[in-house]
Design a protein. Structure first.
Length: 229
């Protein structure tokens, strides 16, 4: 499961799992050390200090896992927004007469600067297909690794086309159009939440400054008059 998460986070290095275990081990050492050192500063000693150090062991390992989960979620969000563009360009190459594998390689090469995450995934898929005997299994593994709805639908279309010999370009163009609409809908939903998210910073930071600038001079004058009297 951890290896799958590392792949989903974009780390396909064979030594990635070793680095993860090392980071987790260091976290479980550094966490209790800081807990043990900081406990006396806040007036906690004895059994409480030992308990805090024990909690630090768990916290050190959890921090590494949380960071990995955030990396997976961030990469998945980038793929969700980048894959429609990649599929659009792949559709153009297919309509121009290119084969699926060659079109995928050319699309990945063309978009490796502007859309690096999707381009990297397509390049890995092309490489895996070249080395694989069972194309369908390789395609489905790709969908599981990317784990986005766009990727799953994309692979389902490709598998059905290779099974039945159907034209793949029209279905991919429709998929890219629907995926862009979904991405735009997600952006609009996030934009609608911005006013609600801004309320707390406004109340905490902006309103006190406004009250101070409006009421402050009058309060100073009143205090000076009472003080003079």
């Amino acid at each position: 499961e951890t290896e799958e998460k590392l792949i989903q986070a974009g780390d396909r290095d064979p030594k990635a799992i070793s680095r993860y275990m090392m980071q987790r081990g260091l976290g479980m050492i550094i966490g209790p050390f800081f807990g043990w050192m900081l406990a006396p500063i806040v007036g906690m000693e004895g059994i409480v200090q030992i308990g805090i150090a024990g909690v630090g062991v768990l916290a050190g390992g959890i921090v590494v896992d949380v960071r990995l989960d955030k990396a997976v979620a961030a990469r998945r969000a980038r793929l969700q927004s980048e894959l429609p563009v990649m599929i659009d360009l792949l559709t153009i190459y297919l309509e121009a007469g290119q084969s699926f594998d060659i079109g995928m390689a050319r699309a990945a090469q063309a978009l490796k600067v502007s859309f690096p995450t999707a381009a990297a995934e397509m390049a890995y898929l092309r490489r895996d297909l070249e080395m694989s005997v069972d194309r369908e299994t390789t395609l489905r593994n790709f969908a599981e690794q990317v784990n986005t709805q766009v990727a799953k639908t994309f692979i389902a279309i490709v598998v059905q086309a290779e099974r039945r010999g159907n034209a793949i370009a029209p279905a991919l163009r429709t998929l890219a159009r629907e995926a862009r609409k979904e991405a735009m809908s997600d952006i609009e939903k996030k934009a609608q939440r911005i006013p609600t998210m801004m309320q707390l910073p406004m109340f905490v930071l902006i309103l006190p400054a406004i009250f101070a600038s409006v009421i402050g001079p009058a309060a100073v004058q009143i205090m000076s008059q009472f003080g003079g009297n």
